[in-house]
Design a binder for this molecule. Structure first.
Ligand SMILES: C[S@@+](CC[C@H](N)C(=O)[O-])C[C@H]1O[C@@H](n2cnc3c(N)ncnc32)[C@H](O)[C@@H]1O
Length: 240
């Protein structure tokens, strides 16, 4: 991830989509207290979340935190999303990008309840998760997927953990047909090598694919997209 996340079309395109979703709901000048839960190797923290406030990152992988430090992220905690070492009502915004789907997260619902605890009333959670269990492929084996989601399922989990659903959309919609063909082909002809989708070098297409994904940003942040490879949700913690 560290090697590819600065230039791979998927990361750069998703950054455009995520910024658009955030810009609709939070102001970049509001200096929020942000937790990036499951921050990975830190690109989101240092490339764009820092524009919205002071970002703390947490992850259970020591190597991920080491790469975050190489990116000069300074507020880092070795901690699980299921047991956050923070006082209640400490953050205004929690982002969690492609984390709760992991097998290592034994209960997504418990993690969301923990997010709710450390958020101020009215605080927001922004989730991005892989879509549709029937789309499982080789990539999922390599990235330890425990489950994939639908918008409906995420809405239910948010409601059950104390959030009002503010926004729901799929993303990576325009390229969905290509991904579908690839995943179906994998089912018929299982690949022998062990490479994930992120290892795919798109070569000269990298810029084009990035533009196609980024072009979804206004729709994903606005009316929402009806299907796609990822689901994005914004929940707002209910006031007691
Ligand atoms: C697919 S990566 C996503 C990383 C980053 N959020 C991003 O979008 O690039 C999933 C991350 O979740 C972390 N993770 C897995 N289980 C976790 C847990 N229980 N608590 C915190 N982080 C966890 C992994 O170590 C990994 O860094």
């Amino acid at each position: 991830m560290y090697r590819v996340e600065d230039r791979h079309w998927w990361y750069r395109g998703m950054e455009a989509v995520t910024r658009a979703v955030l810009d609709r709901r939070v102001h970049s000048t509001s200096r929020l207290r942000i937790l990036d839960a499951g921050c990975g190797t830190g690109a989101a923290i240092t490339t764009y979340l820092a524009d919205y406030g002071t970002v703390t990152g947490c992850d259970v992988h020591p190597l991920a935190l080491k790469f975050c430090r190489q990116r000069k992220a300074s507020r880092l905690t070795f901690a699980s999303v299921s047991d956050l070492p923070f006082a209640s009502a400490k953050f205004d915004l929690i982002t969690s990008f492609d984390v709760l789907y992991e097998r290592a997260v034994s209960s997504d619902l418990s993690a969301l309840r923990e997010f709710s605890r450390v958020l101020v009333p009215g605080g927001r959670v922004l989730l991005r998760l892989p879509a549709y269990d029937w789309l499982r492929g080789q990539h999922d084996k390599l990235v330890h997927t425990g489950r994939r989601y639908t918008a409906k399922l995420i809405a239910r989990l948010l409601e059950e953990s104390g959030f009002a659903v503010e926004h729901l959309t799929y993303a990576n919609t325009f390229l969905f047909p290509i991904a579908l063909v690839k995943r179906l082909a994998e089912k018929v002809f299982p690949p022998r090598d062990g490479s994930s989708d992120l290892a795919l070098d798109a070569g000269r297409l990298n810029g084009v694919l990035q533009k196609i994904l980024a072009a979804e940003a206004p729709l994903a942040a606005g009316v929402g997209l009806p299907y796609g490879l990822s689901v994005i949700a914004v929940g707002r913690k209910r006031t007691p």
